[in-house]
Design a protein around this ligand. Structure first.
Ligand SMILES: Cc1cc2nc3c(=O)[nH]c(=O)nc-3n(C[C@H](O)[C@H](O)[C@H](O)COP(=O)(O)O)c2cc1C
Length: 245
């Protein structure tokens, strides 16, 4: 295995950080790594907001459902899918932008995900670590107001970054056979493979939590998917000018 593969396979989300800040030139390099990711049709539809203001950070802790590391991390970045920039560009050419296509929503969102994953991977290569914060979508309208986002921009997720003050085990992933198929989709053997994986995840949680959390992957997923998933999202996105047609 080479160093890149080792780095990718050693990923863990980190939620406890030292007080050490991330230097501005380092942050700029990380963002350049994000920009270097592939981008659908060269649209470059990701804008990152680096939230430095401590009062805003505290507000974001609450808006993200009470996640204290949003304030304690050296940096908190919000990755925004941004088609506002493209409206401006069309205006530069007196072209009337036809916005609101689901396709545009998908491409801008995918752009953000690729950008962000490059940022966190580059960070990890420098001994920095972090965690994505999808929790900001709990109160996405309030987050958008706080960050003064214009129409055609929405915050896809946040990301805490800092120097790690914890060293958790790598979380086991699904068996390869469940996620890699040959030629056609075949899932007949997946239930059995997932049962074996469930044992592995149960042991992982037992070790990590000193036996206070005893749950398998499938139990966790089933527990989550019987609940509503942020039902405000559709109306919010429509209000921002996304997913109308
Ligand atoms: C888009 C996205 C949103 C996430 N949101 C949160 C979050 O709000 N809070 C949190 O603690 N972890 C969050 N996570 C981290 C996941 O829980 C974590 O990646 C997953 O449990 C696997 O663990 P690992 O990253 O340590 O391998 C998020 C991850 C992703 C990709």
């Amino acid at each position: 295995m080479n160093e890149v593969i080792k780095l990718l396979q050693s990923h863990r989300s980190i939620r406890k950080f030292t007080d050490k800040d991330i230097a501005q030139d380092v942050l700029h390099e990380l963002i350049k790594c994000g920009q270097a990711a592939a981008t659908s049709s060269f649209i470059q539809a990701c804008t990152v907001i680096n939230v430095e203001d401590s009062t805003m950070r505290q507000t974001l802790v609450a808006l993200a459902g009470g996640q204290p590391y949003v304030a304690s991390a050296a940096k908190f970045l919000v990755f925004c899918a941004d088609m506002n920039r493209h409206k401006r560009v069309c205006d530069m050419h007196n072209a009337k932008m036809v916005s609101g296509y689901t396709e545009q929503f998908i491409t801008a969102t995918v752009d953000c995900a690729l950008f962000a994953q490059n940022v966190i991977t580059a960070a990890q290569s420098l001994g920095i670590a972090g965690v994505y914060i999808g929790g900001i979508r709990n109160n996405i309208a309030a987050v958008s107001d706080l960050l003064e986002l214009p129409p055609l921009v929405y915050p896809v997720f946040g990301m805490c970054l800092g120097y790690p003050a914890q060293d958790p085990e790598v979380k086991p992933r699904l068996p390869l056979a469940v996620v890699l198929k040959k030629d056609r989709y075949r899932d007949a053997c997946d239930t059995q493979a997932i049962a074996v994986y469930d044992d592995e995840v149960r042991k992982y949680y037992q070790n990590r939590t000193g036996k206070t959390k005893v749950v398998t992957w499938s139990e966790q997923v089933a527990g989550m998917l019987i609940k509503e998933a942020r039902p405000h999202m559709q109306a919010y996105l429509q209000d921002r000018g996304f997913i109308l047609k």
